[in-house]
Unconditional design. Sequence first.
Length: 279
Amino acid sequence: MQLCKFREQNQVRVGVVESAMVRAVPDQYSLSSVLYSEDLKNILKSLPLGPARPLDQVKLLAPIDEQEVWAAGVTYIRSKVAREEESAGSGASRFYDAVYTAARPELFFKAPAWRVVGPGEPVRIRRDATWSVPEPELALVVSPSLRIVGYTIGNDMSSRDIEGENPLYLPQAKLYDGSCALGPVVTLLGGLPPLDQTTIRLTILRQGRPVFEGSTHLGMMKRSFEELVGWLSKETSFPNGVILLTGTGIVPGEDFTLASGDEVRIEVDGIGQLCNCVA
Ligand code: DO4
Ligand code: MG
């Protein structure tokens, strides 16, 4: 089962998604209040739901309320190698191997909820960057009591030249307007295939034609979800819950940079497809 947020006649609604159809829950419920309820499956069975309509005919919104969005980095070997290459001139490349093998993972603040864009909304590349890529990532939806309650898709848009010049520039490479997309829906806990059968696919289209295609699967991730949430929540509480991007395992080659008008499609088995154009 999946949950979504959508707009209906200027109202934000929460929907239950089954077999590509969506049914609204009563409007006193926020997405978080449903997701964080202890007895979620039973509550969903007992709620009076609105009429069913096709998911592809509703205006989906990013599935987030008030949560902060954080991100883990260098959790796949592909990310480590790509970052060693991009930072080769700066002398910082050894940091990436160090963090890949360390007990403590790389974790960084990615976005407040208001800066996140949803399905179909534009993502952005920085005007002061020359080398930009999307990062397709599984996103964990975590409750205030630090339970993983679901999964969605995240795009951790990144400026590789800015990060590569100096790792202290990471916040500027990662956090700017239009740098984080989430959606299309939240798949509830237990709804993903086994990790090594959960494929993440990235397709980038330019003028309708693929200019990059790549894939990986969750079994390639070096760290467990619980490990990442455990480190994130050491000494840090999340009264509204938190969304944690788990790192990218797909990085286009050194000759590729995004351009305005490109379409970024990220598909994760068991969740769906997140599509955004580059503004
Ligand atoms: O080390 C910088 C960021 C890494 C990252 O975002 C990733 O591996 O996905
Ligand atoms: Mg990333």
